[in-house]
Design a binder for this molecule. Sequence first.
Ligand code: TMP
Ligand code: ASP
Length: 260
Amino acid sequence: MKKGKKLYEGKAKIIYSTSDKNLIIQYFKDDATAFNNIKKSTIEGKGVLNNRISEHILNNLSQIGIKNHLVKRLNMREQIIKLVEIIPIEFIVRNVATGSITKRLGIEDGTVLDQPLLEFCLKDDKLNDPIIAEEHILAFGWATKKELEKVKKMILRINDFMIGMFRGVGIKLIDFKLEFGRLKTDGKTEVILADEISPDTCRLWDTITDKKLDKDRFRKDLGDLIPAYTEVAKRLGILHEQSNVSAVNVTKLRPLKKRK
Ligand code: TMP
Ligand code: ASP
């Protein structure tokens, strides 16, 4: 498979065409942004870790029947993915209230929600990704009723699975963001999971200490982002326990077999 030209550059990833019109390459950058690009930095090794963590989670989701765009990881920073038409909605799932919802609605930080709360944001940087209602999605045709029903079912299964997966390694899944896309094959269209699932797109707290192991380390200037992402990768069995946490070492790590 040949890598073609750059099709799109986002805040954390670059998309390239390939010699197969149905497949594209997703490249994970080290760039970190927050508050819609107001805060920016480059954190060496972040892209490598997100590539591996997202690969691990999406492969596990495939195994429980959640169809997604990942074909295979190519190397430390790139994966081959299926070309989909992204639904322009960020689906935010919350198990514990923190972040924007605490400010928007005055909810106390850390409030455990009785059931997962799903929020919809329009994917539009110029408008600051505004929160919208399901009715807006239908009224403006961003997704159909049928697509939304399917996506909501998938989201609940993804949340259940991920809560369990992270709980098993001593991590609380606080909230996360998902994106979905339309895959066209033989004239049929199917909605599948797309984008990435990583500490950039989830809030992950250590079960015992509540230590933040996600992009809030960057958003809130807590420092030590690479050690935190490395800790997530190690606990998921992607990296060796002995691996040194420095970014330089992370970029040199070889693919390893799953820990038993
Ligand atoms: P929020 O509390 O800032 O709304 O974020 C909720 C979750 O969604 C959190 O896990 C971070 C993730 N997220 C993204 O992945 N991308 C985004 O652009 C935003 C705003 C949040
Ligand atoms: N990804 C978003 C941005 O760049 C926001 C975030 O993750 O906090 O601004």
